[in-house]
Design a protein around this ligand. Structure first.
Ligand code: DX5
Ligand code: ZN
Length: 235
């Protein structure tokens, strides 16, 4: 059964654990465990070694995971040609596909291709790219993804200077009355989840703080859901 991010409300915190921080020898089992721990979706970071200086995993890994797991697959493409590769990732089992404005393909064509293949679409931007560059596309997107680290690696330190960007998206989405989730990704955990949520993010990506939480994944997921009161007062 395909899952649809539009079934979730913007007024709820949704947790999307990045499997980059999982033990790849135990990937299937750890994905099951994190969903049972309360995560609403799985964040799948695809890197091509070109758009970002790292190579992660691609279509075959997602295809295998899909056979065993029916969670919402939140695919984050950090690749140069998202338009070309979209059909393959949809076939592999993606439910939602986010691509970067810094990639080489035409954004409108890429969004249209993702939608035509039955997935919801998201766009992301590097820390150095201003929020305004995504504003022209917001009414076609189900989610924007604000990077709070330079894309490419898990386990980096959170960049607090990206908080005003989250707030800028929230302001624009509210002003235009759009139904667009704000996802945030990079270095998020107990120390900063309240801040990102208070600024308007409601979909929280977390790799290290969930998969490597000293008290287990359920504790890592709970810390993020516990920021719900900050979202309630932010909205
Ligand atoms: C970075 C990835 C992130 C990252 C998150 O390029 O997009 O999803 O793996 O991992 P943590 O939470 O460890 O920063
Ligand atoms: Zn990511």
């Amino acid at each position: 059964m395909p899952q649809d991010i539009r079934k979730f409300s913007r007024s709820n915190i949704l947790v999307s654990p990045s499997i980059l921080a999982a033990d790849f020898c135990e990937l299937g089992r750890e994905c099951d465990e994190v969903v049972k721990a309360g995560a609403e979706m799985l964040h799948l970071d695809v890197m091509d070694g070109k758009m970002v200086p790292n190579i992660s995993f691609g279509v075959p890994v997602i295809t295998s995971l899909r056979k065993k797991n029916d969670a919402l697959f939140d695919v984050h493409l950090m690749i140069d040609r998202p338009l070309f590769y979209t059909p393959a990732f949809v076939k592999a089992g993606a439910d939602h596909i986010t691509f970067h404005i810094e990639s080489s393909d035409d954004p409108v064509k890429t969004i249209e291709c993702i939608h035509a293949h039955g997935c919801t679409a998201g766009m992301s931007l590097r820390p150095g790219t201003p929020a305004e560059e995504l504003f022209p596309y917001l009414d076609q997107l189900e989610m924007v993804l604000v990077m709070t680290v330079e894309p490419g690696f898990g386990g980096q330190s959170f960049m607090a200077d990206q908080l005003p960007k989250i707030a800028a998206f929230r302001k624009e989405i509210v002003r235009r009355n759009l139904n667009c989730h704000i996802e945030v990704d990079g270095g998020i955990g107990a120390k900063n989840v309240d801040l990102v949520v208070a600024n308007g993010a409601n979909v929280i990506v977390a790799g290290t703080s969930v998969f490597r939480h000293p008290e287990g994944m359920a504790a890592g997921v709970k810390v993020l859901h516990d920021a719900q009161d900050k979202l309630d007062s932010a909205l």
